[in-house]
Design a protein around this ligand. Structure first.
Ligand SMILES: Nc1ncnc2c1ncn2[C@@H]1O[C@H](COP(=O)(O)OP(=O)(O)OP(=O)(O)O)[C@@H](O)[C@H]1O
Ligand SMILES: [Mg+2]
Length: 376
């Protein structure tokens, strides 16, 4: 598509700088007009028939500005420009009609990426963030996240982001056989200069739909990822992905609590090992009950369940005294085989009990989400 660009930017030096960037972005970007004052752009700009508007929103009421531009330029796509990413206001900007957001000054590649991103999906306002929490380690949650993410991507053909926030011993990179150049450490370091488009570069694509922000390469790098930065990453990722799955360290700690607080849904995952797992789950659920919306936001999942059938699910629910959302069968062999050769257990045996149980959970997630999406 050929873009006829209208640039609205208060700062004259910045106008010059951005005009050069637009010129470098290739033949399909033509800067047709530039204005310092939005009122001029709304008046005279119409003559140039722009179909892409780069609109500076700093120091102004972004929402009413976008609303006005949408009225005057109903056919054009609007990308907001700002010196900093402001997570709080983004959903209002998108609702007002903005298609994306760039932090100034941006590069030609970032402009191209922003345009490509909105051509694909637009900015997501209704993404679903899910944290997978385990009372103790070795719950099977990382295996579950990896398989579930692939399933969600395949079934919905929508963008899925996975964040490895198991900050010391995250192993999603191993699950997906990735050797990432950038990880959550670099993303946290750079976050205040990023916009969703640029944050996307820190995620490694593992399929057309699934992208992974890998964990730290060394346990001591945990100090490099502050809670505030992690929160910013999660908030910003909402503008990129329809589904976000977060892996966190076991137990209640600042990381798992922060991720859970920002999530639409928390899955409490426990592997049955013939010990005190049910008690641990119950005690973890007790803590989540502090949330007023606990019933809507917290789900229980057991892994390594044998036999993996309805009766066993009901039995577990009864013993726990809480509903059980999903049970995953004992699939040690296929899960470890898959991990060893970098494939997904689901793919090794697509008709297996494991694949069926993960598909069911995916359906549950998609179903609920669709309903919420339709209502909004
Ligand atoms: N459904 C399952 N049935 C049997 N074994 C499983 C299942 N899921 C995972 N495992 C095995 O359990 C171990 C832990 O799995 P995984 O790494 O997914 O759990 P985790 O909760 O993320 O662990 P950690 O606390 O180390 O992060 C692995 O050896 C894995 O192969
Ligand atoms: Mg894990």
């Amino acid at each position: 598509m050929a873009y006829r660009v209208l640039l609205v930017e208060r700062n004259r030096l910045m106008i010059e700088q951005l005009a050069q960037v637009i010129a470098q972005a290739g033949d399909n970007f033509q800067l047709v007009a530039r204005y310092q004052a939005p009122s001029d752009a709304l008046g005279q700009g119409v003559l140039f028939k722009p179909n892409l508007i780069l609109l500076d929103i700093d120091g102004q009421n972004g929402v009413s500005l976008i609303t006005e531009f949408c009225k005057v330029y109903p056919e054009a796509s609007i990308l907001c420009l700002s010196e900093r990413w402001q997570a709080d206001g983004v959903s209002q900007l998108v609702q007002a009609g903005a298609k994306g957001y760039l932090v100034k000054p941006f590069t030609a590649e970032e402009l191209q990426a922003a345009v490509k991103a909105f051509a694909k999906s637009g900015m997501e306002v209704s993404s679903k963030v899910m944290t997978f929490f385990s009372p103790k380690g070795k719950s099977g949650k990382t295996s579950l996240i990896a398989n579930l993410a692939m399933t969600l991507g395949r079934r919905t053909q929508e963008q899925v982001g996975v964040i490895d926030a198991d900050l010391q011993f995250g192993d999603l990179a191993v699950f997906f056989s990735l050797k990432p150049q950038a990880t959550i450490v670099e993303a946290a370091h750079d976050i205040s200069f990023l916009s969703p488009v640029t944050l996307n570069n820190y995620f490694v694509p593992v399929s057309e739909y699934v992208h992974v922000l890998c964990g730290t390469a060394e346990p001591n790098l945990i100090d490099k990822v502050g809670i505030e930065e992690l929160e910013s990453i999660i908030r910003m990722a909402r503008s990129l992905y329809r589904y976000i799955l977060i892996d966190v360290p076991p137990g209640f700690n600042p990381t798992s609590i922060a991720a859970s607080e920002l999530s639409d849904m928390v899955y409490v995952v426990t592997m049955l090992n013939g010990g005190y797992e049910l008690q641990h789950t119950r005690r973890a659920l007790e803590i989540f009950k502090d949330w007023q919306d606990y019933e809507e936001r917290v789900r229980t999942v057991f892994t390594r369940v044998t036999p993996c059938d309805m009766q066993e699910k009901q039995r577990l629910a009864q013993e726990l005294g809480e509903p059980v959302a999903a049970i995953i069968p004992n699939a040690y062999q296929v899960v470890s085989e898959a991990a060893d050769n970098g494939s997904m257990a689901m793919d090794l045996e697509p008709d297996s009990e494991l694949a069926r149980s993960i598909n069911r959970l995916a359906e549950h997630i998609i179903g609920r989400h669709r309903i919420r999406w339709d209502q909004s």
